[in-house]
Ligand binder design. Sequence first.
Ligand SMILES: [Fe+2]
Length: 258
Amino acid sequence: MENNNTRRNFLKQTAILSTGTIIGSSLFNSAFASESALKLENQIPELDTMDFQGNYSLPKLPYAYDALEPHIDKMTMEIHYSKHHQAYVTNLNKAIETLDKNVVEHSKSLESIFGKMSKFPEAIRNNGGGHYNHSLFWSLMKPNGGGTPKGKLGDAITSTFGSFDEFKKQFSDASMKRFGSGWAWLVVQDGKLVIGSTANQDNPLMSLRGKGLKGKPVLALDVWEHAYYLKNQNRRADYIASFWNVVNWEAAETLFNS
Ligand SMILES: [Fe+2]
């Protein structure tokens, strides 16, 4: 029963923080049930953990496929969400089935798995990261988004990077320079905002050998070609420029403040 409750919570809430915090359930609840009445006003984060008992499910989008037009096109959103993200979920569940039962029972959340990533199979790393990263990504965009961050996050960005424009430049540069497939991130690392990127479906919560980016995610941008190729083909820079028009800064600030 407890597991069922946790599962239900996950179905309702999905963007997860390193601490196990999840961006408000309303983001994902409102989705397709009410496309014309998007409920983005209630973005208060709720504490939860991501269950690791198998049977992960695709979270609902907080908006319709075409809601981010003209910046992110409908077909890309539909395929990205219903095909790519779904594949990570499906393959994550398959990967979990291959694990020793004791390992699964003692693994409480994807965050806890990321903290000891090297002890798990590659399939958990790739698909667990894919599921987590995309869940976060959906919540960090919204119709009529963009603009500039307010509050403590806005202040921190200005004090760290000198100006919001300089922050955008550095984040865009990190997005452009990620070779091949991966993600660009704004994270809190040792109490400071840091921009960086990760390869494939890795994220800054994963304890991996080497000098990879570490920290608590605040903003994430998927720079896999599947995120933009239908609309922008090889022009990643155009996709990055579009992203700034749909950023959900309220959600980012919620992550920052948590
Ligand atoms: Fe993606």
